[in-house]
Every structure is written in C-alpha cells, then in structure tokens.
Design a protein around this ligand. Structure first.
Ligand code: OAD
Ligand code: ZN
Length: 251
C-alpha cells in the first residue's frame, strides 16, 4: 500500500494535500469528532456559531483562548514536515487545510490555503481591523487579559478570525482551493472525517476530474469510499514511511 502510494505521488504532475484535525492529533491538538473529539465534551452550537458569540461572548472567548494557548504550545509533527518537504521536492503544489492551528506554516509549507481561518488571528466585528497575535508578539498579553478584547481602531468587540458553523468560508481561499482541486492529478487526504462541507468537496473534485486519491487515516472516513489507496495508519507514521519510499524513487 505504501509502495503504491509512493509510486503514485512520485509520478504525479500536480499533487495537492487536503488535511484536517487528524494531522495535528500527534501534536496533541484535539480533533473534533471521534472518541476523544472536542465535540464529544463541548457543544459546537454553544461555542462555534455567530449566535453563540452574540449570546455569550465571554464563554466563546474563553473557549478560543483555551485553544489558542494549547495550540500555541503545539509543535508540528513528522506529517507536517513531510508535506513541507514534498513541496520543496516540487511534488506537492499546495496544502489545503481545514485546520486553524498554523502548524503547516510552522513546518515550512509555503503554498498554504486555510479554509477555516487561523486561530492566532483576530478581527473586528465592525471595521476591517485584523491582527495576527503571533506576528505582532501580543499573544501572551492577549491571553492574560480578563476583559473582552476590543478593537484598537474603533473599540468594537474583536472575534477570532475562524469560520463558525453557519458562516461562509473565506471566498478567495475557497475559490483557490477549488481551482487547485480541478487542476490536481492527485490529492493526499490526511486526517479528516470528510463530513464538513464545502471543504469536503475538495477530494471529490479531484476524483471527478480523473485524479487519484490517497488517504491517510487510522479510521474510515467520508473520503474512504473514493480513495484509490487507503493507508489506515496515524499520519506521522504513514508519512515517515511514505517519505522513505519516495526519496528512493525520485533519487
Ligand atoms: P474531525 O475531528 O472531524 O476528524 C478528524 C479525523 O482525523 C478523523 O477521521 C480521525 O479518524 C482522524 N485521525 C485521528 N487521529 C489521527 C492521526 N494520528 N493521524 C491521522 N488521522 C487521524 O476533523 P476535521 O475533519 O478536520 O470546522 O473536521 C472538519 C471541520 O469540522 C473542522 O475544520 C472544524 C470542525 O467542526 C470548523 O471549525 C468550521
Ligand atoms: Zn474596529
């Protein structure tokens, strides 16, 4: 199976990756679904919708600050590094992620499309103000503040720059993702349940336009029925093995 996946990747002309929470599980970032998933103990309708934020911004902000802190301590794992390396090798053209954790960027991926936003970015609920707290160096100070965060430009409430349930995805990112999927002759799908739309269309588009689908996941997912190769394995282990084979093939 690994051999087959390595051959397909090495032979591909325009490969892309599509990732979800599972690729960061080995970096100790909790996933959403599955046995230890966040949505088992937390109700998304109370924490991750615009209505919830209007009703109780303190509760929503406490949840996001907790995640910011946890994710702020997380480091990329071998699977994130493997994707960055595949890009450097010229094999992978882009990583399209549903994750907000910034770990692909930390690992060195350059062409990164974030469909659901970024947890380290905040934006104003009234004006155009946006800030990346990691880049501005204000993350620690921001996490310590007990009051609700306010816009330095206009004083309105700030919100996390992530996509909540019921909200549209950032238009440019989604268009770029669809464009890449139409062009791709292979998609490497790693660690997603493949049940959240429109993101889950990405591998389907690749398949429908004649491309191959390689999936890495320790469990079956919504993508498994269309996978040409299914590596039933945690992301780090699968990607380490895959990289060994590919390096042998392209050398
Ligand atoms: P999910 O939590 O739905 O799915 C995580 C997937 O990762 C599951 O299929 C697991 O089997 C798999 N997995 C677990 N450990 C793994 C490992 N070590 N290696 C590889 N795979 C592993 O996460 P997503 O599919 O990303 O949306 O969820 C999609 C969206 O739903 C998220 O972006 C978020 C969520 O609600 C928004 O916030 C808008
Ligand atoms: Zn503002």
């Amino acid at each position: 199976m690994i051999e087959e996946a390595a051959k397909l990747l090495a032979r591909s002309r325009f490969a892309i990756a599509f990732t979800g929470a599972g690729i960061s599980a080995e970096s100790r970032v909790p996933t959403f679904r599955g046995s230890n998933g966040l949505w088992k103990t937390h109700r998304p309708e109370e924490l991750a919708t615009p209505e919830a934020f209007r009703r109780d911004p303190h509760l929503v902000w406490s949840f996001y600050k907790w995640r910011m802190e946890l994710i702020g301590k997380a480091r990329p794992n071998p699977a994130h590094y493997a994707l960055a390396e595949l890009e450097r090798m010229g094999i992978l053209k882009a990583v399209i992620t549903q994750n907000v954790d910034d770990l692909h960027r930390e690992a060195g991926t350059k062409n990164l499309i974030e469909l659901h936003g970024n947890i380290f970015r905040v934006r104003c609920t009234s004006c155009d103000y946006k800030e990346n707290l990691k880049e501005s160096g204000r993350l620690e100070e921001f996490l310590k503040e007990k009051d609700l965060p306010k816009c330095p430009e206009c004083g309105s409430l700030l919100r996390p720059d992530v996509v909540w349930f019921g909200e549209p995805l950032p238009r440019k990112a989604l268009e770029e993702a669809f464009r890449l999927a139409e062009r791709a002759d292979l998609v490497l799908v790693i660690g997603t349940s493949g049940v959240v739309y429109p993101a889950a269309y990405i591998p389907q588009i690749v398949k429908e336009t004649g491309g191959k689908v390689i999936e890495v996941n320790p469990e079956e997912s919504g993508i498994t029925p269309i996978a040409d190769v299914f590596l039933r394995c945690p992301a780090g282990e699968a990607m380490e093995k895959l990289m060994e084979r590919i390096e042998g093939l392209v050398r």
